[in-house]
Design a protein around this ligand. Sequence first.
Ligand SMILES: [Zn+2]
Length: 94
Amino acid sequence: MERQGEGFRVILEIMDEREQNIDAIHERDLDKLLKQEGLLDAFQKGEIFCKFCKTKITRENIYSILPESGAFNFICQKSECVGNLLEHIDNKTL
Ligand SMILES: [Zn+2]
């Protein structure tokens, strides 16, 4: 098995406007989170898509998970999407 999930991050909470609480998460935690939220099945079937570019999210390209309004948004590693994510967080926390 290749080492995967390096650089993968999950945003656990949005704190105050300046502080982005971005915590690193291990691949094991990803499974736990997906299982906990009942998303593991959909993830394994390839039914999870990037919030911004709608690319299928895999273990290889996942960058972050953003909890929002009781749901989870997934973000891929494209620099464009990471940029969008940071902008999105900025907007939300204004
Ligand atoms: Zn994307």
